[in-house]
Ligand binder design. Sequence first.
Ligand code: ZN
Length: 157
Amino acid sequence: MNLKELYQEIILDHGKNPRNLRKTDNFNKDARGHNPLCGDKVHVYLKLDESKKVQDISFEGQGCAISMASASIMTSMVKGKEEHEVKEIVNDFLEMIKEKETLNTKLLSEDEKTKLMCLSGVKQYPMRVKCATLSWHTLTSAIDKSQNEINMESTEI
Ligand code: ZN
């Protein structure tokens, strides 16, 4: 199996069986996101403890395989991280999608980085980039409470 096939396999797996597709009990942060260009919708729920560590993260939503796989992969690596670490991972991911070939973050294992790199394939399909970044912008919005609903039509990348 070559790298491209491995990447496609991981995306298909997460797209078909999304992890953390549910609503967190007693969440204390949440935000919605919408990508009208494709029709993807997500609602991200976070439960942070007193030390601002992510105790639980989940999402509800529907959309294309890329958007669901991206949300699934995202939630599976954010749990247990501290708020500032989550922001660093989000920034690193968005930079990778935008322009970089690699991920710089030291916060993720090699296995986790491979999962994120699966999503780098969308760079070849500009229409799908926002499918991949929707849940990440929504996560940022939930943490910062910047916007109640992210609309990808007016969001860069
Ligand atoms: Zn989509």
